[in-house]
Design a protein around this ligand. Sequence first.
Ligand SMILES: Cc1cc2nc3c(=O)[nH]c(=O)nc-3n(C[C@H](O)[C@H](O)[C@H](O)COP(=O)(O)OP(=O)(O)OC[C@H]3O[C@@H](n4cnc5c(N)ncnc54)[C@H](O)[C@@H]3O)c2cc1C
Length: 392
Amino acid sequence: MVSAGLVPSANDVLVIGGGPAGLAAALAARQIGFDVVLADRAQPPIDKACGEGLMPDALDALRPIGVDLGSGHGSPFGGIRFLDEKLEAEASFPCGSFGLGVRRTELHRILVSRAQDVGVVALWGKKIEGIDPTGVVIDGRTIRSRWIIGADGFHSRVRQWAGLAPPVWNGVRRIGLRQHYRIRPWTDFVEVYWRKDCQAYVTPIGANEVCVAMVSTKERGASDLTDMFPALANQLSGAESVGPTRGAISMSAKLRSVISGRVALVGDASGSVDAVSGEGLGLAFRQANCLATALAAGDLERYDTSHRRMGRMPRLMARILLLLDGNDRLRRMAFRKLAAHPRIFSSLLAVHVGVLRRSELATGVQLSPRSRADVDKREASRLPQIDCPEIP
Ligand SMILES: Cc1cc2nc3c(=O)[nH]c(=O)nc-3n(C[C@H](O)[C@H](O)[C@H](O)COP(=O)(O)OP(=O)(O)OC[C@H]3O[C@@H](n4cnc5c(N)ncnc54)[C@H](O)[C@@H]3O)c2cc1C
């Protein structure tokens, strides 16, 4: 930790918010050679309600900023399983790739330690009070900065200060509750238990621990788990709950623009995707990498364009999945299809994690090992032709 007195009087980049998005943005900017200061009102390690699953493409997006979450962290998972009262369908990630379940505080610790190693100046326990034409205001004084990155989460104030907040939000607001349980994971898949208007996501996060996040349009308590998801409650029976229950809002929300003057938004501050997509963190890490490239070029417009493109697929997937959330009949039909044709589920998952393009879905292209970065690069070069519906 560094005291405000030691902060350089003028910086290249000041990051407001030291959650995963802010830390990734700070690391990416530092990697390019910028002097970076990051401030967060909380003290590390910072916890937050989350399903705690990093999809394979999220792990890929961490590598360029020097964070390789291989063995020794969390618990790998090989795919996704959907379950409702009667049906089960599952798909493995393509090309033998895997995701990682990792406690939010552990992920935070890893990112903070990397930031410290590469020379990001971190101000913990410092609330940013505003931005002005030369920098940001902390403790009543301005710290000058050439660029300001707003990474202050779903309820972002920076978004408001920069005039980027929409007058009203259109998306469906859902409430997420997270609880950890001490139990040996019974599967190496992330399980998603479905009921009308509610899911429970179960992520293995250690040899002896799982994370359960229940997300619903209605306010629910952890005790509702037994009534809503008896099969899951049965799996968890006798398991001790560990640590506090945490809650957070989950919602797909899109901004018209994520840049204004010297300010750029990243992570949930820049618009979020519903938890059902499992892509919030991966998206934030990819945004961080793109933002650093745009800063190096001194061209934030470039980031605005990439940001729009990157959010399309996760938002579309979230929208489709939320149709299943609200309609029992539709969900059963879809689950029956996915269970009977596992290749369809595998291909959809491959599109979701960026290994297969949507246009290749119909042609039944064989999956070959390639990364989301390859697909992103190719899609960027054909940007004007991409036919993606705008999500309201
Ligand atoms: C129930 C639930 C389950 C989810 N499951 C998954 C999942 O399994 N996988 C996945 O990839 N994503 C998941 N997500 C999404 C993911 O959690 C978010 O996308 C991610 O937390 C966004 O990170 P962030 O850094 O943008 O925001 P945050 O983590 O909210 O960080 C914002 C930071 O800004 C700080 N801050 C705010 N205001 C100020 C200020 N004025 N001054 C200084 N600091 C400030 C806060 O203290 C905080 O540390 C889930 C979300 C929910 C709600």
